[in-house]
Design a binder for this molecule. Structure first.
Ligand code: AMP
Ligand code: MG
Length: 316
């Protein structure tokens, strides 16, 4: 089968898209246009984006596009469902820690306490067409946008171009369409959070594989403590749950993405409880103690490559 590849820089990372079949080239061109379109809506930094306008609306109700309404409604639902561990309003905190500018710093507690009053998904009012957010509160879809984009690209490529085999790598977050052209499952490498090597390989078909890792963006403070870009919305500090990496796999990329972030904040016990009470996904957790937890639904599809990890299977 004909293979086509495309690499592009979008959403602050490199996308590498591979598709098979006679329409592969035009499907990838359409995918690129869709990425650019979604980016122009959801970029938190681009002053021309729809999100930017919403974040600078001075506390007034704003009419939003269908895409914005959909991603926001989904985000608020996930915030509710995860008890606020996933929260699309932590942006002011992210800025205070310097993650938005790379001018890293450890804010004082009084500054954090003040910013916590501006955060919290319950502050967002969404009606059928309008969204109202208080002045100073800011939305950020950094934890869901790539998963959502993966879903949209997969739907577009399948439904409009008849693609039945493709691998969409959105900066390490993967959306697999169908199987490999030879009919075998896709083999997705999961990064070892402590190095450049592979933690293991997961076999999937028609699924998203999304990882949140402390190693992706972090800085080291004066006392040698590591601070990373996943914020615990309850404390305003980087999540300190004992987890270093969370991989979530399932059919729905947006959900996997929101969960990879939320479960990272919850820690092993919270994540295991959440998994037992919710369906539609499986997960791989790595702790700071080199423990590796894999849910039973993917235990047979996951091959560990790093011998240093002791693997435990989570059962329902
Ligand atoms: P991910 O790599 O999917 O875990 O997304 C991390 C990004 O999501 C960060 O760079 C922030 O933009 C944003 N973020 C950080 N912590 C949270 C949180 N608790 N809930 C929602 N978004 C978050
Ligand atoms: Mg995420």
């Amino acid at each position: 089968m004909e293979e086509q590849d495309k690499t592009l820089f979008a959403m602050d990372t490199w996308f590498s898209l591979t598709a098979y079949g006679e329409n592969a080239g035009s499907a990838l061109d359409a995918a690129e246009r869709e990425v650019r379109r979604l980016e122009s809506l959801f970029s938190v930094t681009d002053p021309d984006s729809e999100l930017y306008a919403l974040n600078h609306s001075g506390g007034l109700a704003v009419a939003v596009s269908g895409d914005m309404a959909q991603l926001l409604a989904f985000s608020l639902e996930m915030a509710e469902e995860t008890d606020g561990r996933f929260d699309p309003t932590i942006y002011p905190l992210l800025t205070a820690w310097g993650f938005t500018t790379q001018e890293y710093r450890v804010p004082g507690q009084s500054e954090i306490d003040q910013l916590l009053t501006l955060t919290g998904y319950a502050l967002i009012e969404q009606t059928e067409k309008n969204v109202e957010i208080p002045e100073g509160t800011q939305l950020d879809f950094g934890a869901v946008a790539k998963g959502y984009t993966g879903d949209r690209l997969a739907a577009l490529m399948k439904e409009e171009y008849g693609i039945s085999s493709a691998l969409l790598n959105l900066g390490g977050n993967v959306q697999a369409i169908g199987r490999r052209p030879d009919g075998t499952p896709w083999r997705i490498g999961i990064r070892d959070p402590y190095g450049e090597d592979m933690l293991g390989v997961l076999e999937v078909e028609d699924a998203a594989v999304i990882t949140s890792g402390g190693y992706e963006r972090f800085f080291t403070g004066e006392e040698g403590k590591t601070y990373w870009h996943i914020i615990d919305p309850a404390t305003g500090h980087p999540a300190d749950s004992g987890l270093i990496s969370v991989t979530v796999t399932g059919k729905e990329g947006a959900m996997c993405d929101a969960l990879s972030t939320a479960l990272f904040v919850m820690g092993v016990d919270g994540a295991a409880d959440y998994w037992r009470t919710h369906s539609g996904f499986d997960m791989i957790l790595v702790t700071e103690q080199d423990e590796l937890y894999v849910t039973e639904g993917i235990a047979e599809q996951f091959d560990v490559a790093s011998p240093q990890f002791s693997i435990k299977i989570l059962n329902r």
